[in-house]
Design a protein around this ligand. Structure first.
Ligand code: AMP
Length: 383
């Protein structure tokens, strides 16, 4: 078998997809999980641990556990902002290396660990080895970052057939290459730790990036942080130690995810202080007022990307929502409002619900059933 897999090598999560019998699909791990946290733990002895297992160790061994390595790939120390230094693990050198104990690892090597795990996962599910891959990168990645991503793929044993832009992959996953020539679409991508808005134009069947604008430090994690602060206020004085904060963060994220489908949730934190349990209710309405300032921060990037492309929102035919945080109904509502969306389309697998490439003034809001899977699916289609 000589199939090409598609890989979304994300800041927060990564995933691998393949097209089988004409249908793109994600390949799950042995526990049925389709997204793998982009986390690598280097134990003092033995092989690196990746994904969910590494994420569990993160709280216990923050100095030996690397997350969000994508922020450093192909970058120099002078490219980084001050907030990049506020990591638990140590970075240094030029080009950048991550220092763990007395070992040093390059961002390519660390990314290669994630890619190797995805390769192993795909090989196990498919029952044959996968050696060829298309890997996605943000549209704003420069040549050094693209080359470094390619090298990471090669270190993991892939022949990297192509590096493609994440918004292009998302558009392919929606089947938008079938739109009329010169159609323009916006891809609004809000993940765990990054946000970008890209404007694409279809020219001779290929999507060209007209503009891209965003913030590599804005995403669902900021919403979690707002819920955490609210919870800490409700709980009152605590010991404030790291493991307690980690538990509160976990509860905050779970409540946020559940409130995308429920109107209200119970948050229970047993023994959160030495002598008491904590219980409270959080409604979707309350969550929305906590999250709104974070989501509002994405708006200026949308305005800037449109201005850079020299376009008005009504000249777009679609606005595609990708990234896990766009599952929040508030995000759909606000983006639809900002772009003046007139209609709604949902993509599930390759089934498009309410397909209406009509002549209406204003773009269609295109949402995925699983918006955090769109990029890998598009990469597999490209493959
Ligand atoms: P990504 O980087 O695209 O994998 O997105 C990860 C972010 O999406 C994290 O902040 C998650 O908490 C968030 N997320 C995942 N599922 C949901 C959901 N159902 N509702 C709201 N946010 C979600």
């Amino acid at each position: 078998m000589d199939k090409i897999v598609g890989i979304d090598l994300g800041t927060t999560n990564s995933s691998i997809a393949i097209v089988e019998a004409g249908m793109p699909g994600l390949l799950a791990d042995s526990d049925g999980k389709r997204l793998m946290p982009s986390v690598v733990n280097y134990p003092s002895e033995g092989k690196p641990v990746t994904g969910h297992a590494a994420q569990r160790i993160l709280v216990i061994e923050p100095k030996r556990t690397v997350c969000a390595i994508k922020r450093f790939i192909g970058s120099r120390l002078q490219d980084l902002s001050e907030s990049d230094y506020s990591l638990e693990y140590q970075i240094g050198g030029n080009p950048i290396v991550v220092k763990i104990g007395n070992q040093q690892y390059t961002p390519e090597e660390i990314s290669a660990e994630i890619l190797s795990s995805l390769k192993a996962q795909a090989t196990e599910v498919l029952g044959y080895p996968v050696d060829r891959a298309v890997i996605t990168v943000p549209a704003y990645f420069n040549d050094a970052q693209r080359q470094a991503t390619k090298r990471a793929g090669e270190m993991a044993g892939f022949s990297v057939e192509r590096i493609i832009n994440e918004p292009t992959a998302a558009a392919l996953a929606c089947g938008l290459e079938k739109l009329p020539e010169q159609s323009r679409v916006a891809v609004y991508d809000l993940g765990g730790g990054t946000f970008d808005l890209s404007i694409l134009e279809l020219r001779e069947g290929i999507f060209q990036v007209l503009s891209t604008h965003g913030n590599t430090r804005l995403g669902g994690d900021d919403v979690d942080e707002c819920i955490c602060d609210w919870l800490l206020n409700e709980i009152g004085p605590t010991t404030g130690d790291d493991s307690m904060r980690a538990r509160i963060r976990e509860a905050a994220e779970k409540a946020k995810v559940d409130l995308s489908t429920l109107d209200s949730v119970e948050i229970k934190l047993p023994f959160i202080t030495s002598d008491s349990n904590f219980e409270c209710q959080l409604t979707r309405k309350q969550l929305e007022s906590l999250a709104r300032p974070v989501i509002d921060r994405t708006r200026s990037h949308c305005i800037q990307a449109l201005a850079d492309a020299g376009l008005k929102a009504e000249e777009l035919c679609q606005v595609i929502l990708v990234g896990g945080q766009t599952r929040m109904p508030l995000v759909c509502r606000l983006v639809a409002d900002w772009f003046g969306c007139v209609d709604y389309q949902e993509t599930r697998g390759d089934v498009r619900i309410g397909e209406s490439f009509h002549e209406a003034k204003g773009p269609i809001l295109n949402t995925f059933n699983n918006p955090d899977e769109a990029v890998a699916l598009g990469a597999a289609i490209q493959g």
